[in-house]
Design a binder for this molecule. Structure first.
Ligand code: N01
Length: 506
């Protein structure tokens, strides 16, 4: 059971109260802050543990970091950027864009940076959230979690990993003081991050061992610089950029047919991926190793034109035997082979369905999010509210994730819903509001029904999309425009509400 924190002040600092507190300032928290300001709501704060806005785009600074979704779509609809220099932007350009948006909309002064939320409890007596942070205690009438799903690095539980004597760091915590030039390096993992890191460092290192547990499917990356006339057109011809955005959206959205509705249609993409394999991997032994054994789309589809050629380099080995242990200066595989290395890059993803943060947030009955998820599975309502957690909204909550198109589109859908919720709470003078269990259950029965036949469930792979109960609690299983229309207006009828602090239905 959760601890009940009753401190009224931490470190002798007074408890600060804000009507609304947003936690996290990546694409979702920042977008939410901008919308609140735009609708005239000034009584809010954004608590951000980092030293800047940007979230995952601030943290993931590894060599080669870039977006898998074209920039014209991977940006806010209210802040289109005609200046994108290429079709698929790299991390520095995306981070600069996010910083520019924060400045343009003047919301930085609402932020407290370097402020790490360490716990939050709903207090029934006051109908407020009590929040502990590295910068003291806060209270809020409404808490909005915008911490993202890809923020807590997942470090593999490999025997001896803590005893490694060389340099070791996670892809999302890149050590820029480390110079890999001329070194023997191991990369563990072959997911979206690793396949960008491997070609970016392969030429620089003396030797690179890439440890693959599951071969991913790779598709071509249609990346290119935008020509000056194109950029001028995006800037000066009304509608040009919106048209480009709409075209990207339509092409990406067509993948939903195969992913969620009729998985055999994924064979079209599989044929393209197999042709790419034949052309780019000439060595039959290597090709056999990198050929996936599940239907394309079951795990996230990756895009790269550089990964396979990097694996074919003289100084790069793909190791598929499975890691048995890590010793002082080597990695030992299950076949007994020991490979000496100077540095290990851990590109093993994030705690998505088991975030440590879930243990620090406790709701109406004192149970933490982790405990509620343990008992009933990771379920929410429209990805934005969870029963037992009154006056709290979630950006990128359960089943909001995507593998095929822009998360910013989903984020903006949630901004519509949650900002309307806030306006409704204020207009009706509500003190508590909590999504009803029956509404949440009904929503999830429909959701899991849609997921039953989808490629993520039937494609024959293991992925972090699934929780330990075997449910896909991560992905949205339909067209994204359906999510948009579902969240267009806040549906207060799905919630228990009260105008006094003591819980009572009105
Ligand atoms: O992490 P992952 P990621 N021993 O979880 C392997 C987003 N993203 O950081 O497949 C050995 O995808 C694991 O193997 P397996 C995007 O949403 C976006 O690469 O589980 N290996 C896998 O190969 C993405 O989905 C962009 O068998 C172990 C890898 O590590 C998400 O971030 C760019 C292991 C982890 O892959 C995460 O991507 C980059 C172990 N114990 C990332 N544990 C864009 O462009 C795990 N692995 C938008």
């Amino acid at each position: 059971m959760s601890r009940k924190v009753t401190d009224k002040a931490v470190d002798n600092r007074p408890v600060r109260h804000s009507h609304i507190i947003i936690v996290g300032s990546g694409f979702s928290g920042l977008g939410m802050a901008i919308r609140l300001s735009q609708q005239g709501q000034q009584d809010y704060l954004v608590l951000e543990r980092g030293d800047d806005v940007g979230g995952t785009w601030r943290d993931n600074t590894y060599p080669g970091a870039a977006c898998d979704v074209p920039s014209h779509l991977y940006s806010y609809s209210f802040a289109l950027n005609p200046e994108w220099t290429r079709s698929f932007s790299k991390q520095p350009e995306i981070q600069k864009y996010i910083q520019g948006v924060a400045d343009k909309y003047g919301v930085r002064d609402k932020h407290i940076f370097g402020c790490d939320m360490t716990g939050a409890q709903f207090d029934n007596a006051t109908a407020r959230w009590e929040i502990q942070t590295s910068q003291g205690a806060f209270t809020a009438d409404i808490l909005i979690s915008a911490v993202g799903a890809l923020c807590e690095p997942n470090l593999p539980d490999i025997k001896g990993i803590n005893e490694f004597q060389g340099e070791i760091f996670h892809s999302a915590r890149w050590n820029h003081d480390s110079d890999l030039t001329g070194k023997r390096v191991a990369v563990i993992g072959t997911g979206a991050s690793a396949i960008q890191i491997v070609p970016a460092i392969a030429k620089q290192v003396a030797h690179l061992d890439v440890y693959q547990r599951t071969a991913p499917w790779l598709l071509p990356r249609g990346d290119r610089p935008y020509l000056l006339p194109e950029r001028l057109a995006f800037k000066y011809i009304p509608g040009a950029q919106a048209l480009s955005r709409a075209a990207i959206y339509a092409v990406r959205e067509s993948q939903v047919v195969g992913l969620a509705k009729f998985p055999p249609a994924m064979k079209i993409l599989e044929t393209i991926a197999r042709a790419k394999l034949r052309v780019e991997v000439r060595d039959p032994e290597l090709r056999a190793k990198v050929t996936p054994n599940f239907r394309i789309g079951c795990k996230r589809m990756l895009i790269s034109n550089e990964y396979y050629p990097a694996l074919g380099r003289e100084n790069v080995d793909l190791v598929t035997d499975g890691i048995k242990e890590i010793r002082g200066n080597s990695v030992v595989t299950k076949d007994g082979v020991e490979r000496e290395v100077d540095a290990i890059i851990v590109a093993t993803g994030f705690h998505v369905t088991d975030s440590p943060a879930y243990e620090t947030i406790s709701g109406r009955d004192g149970r933490t999010l982790a405990e509620v998820f343990e008992e009933g599975g990771q379920q929410g309502y429209k990805g934005s509210a969870i029963n037992n957690f009154p006056n709290m909204f979630f950006m990128l909550g359960p089943n909001v994730g995507l593998g095929h198109t822009s998360m910013v589109y989903m984020i903006e859908s949630q901004i519509n819903y949650i900002s309307d919720a806030v306006a409704t709470i204020d207009r009706l003078g509500l003190r508590t509001i909590e999504v009803r269990k029956d509404a949440q259950d009904k929503y999830n029965v429909e959701l899991q029904g849609k997921l039953e036949g989808a490629v993520w469930s039937t494609g024959g792979c293991a992925s972090w999309y699934m929780d330990k109960h075997g449910n896909n609690t991560t992905l949205w299983p339909d067209f994204t425009f359906r999510f948009r229309s579902l969240l267009e207006k806040f549906d207060v009828s799905a919630y228990d509400t009260a105008k006094t602090a003591a819980p009572a239905s009105v």
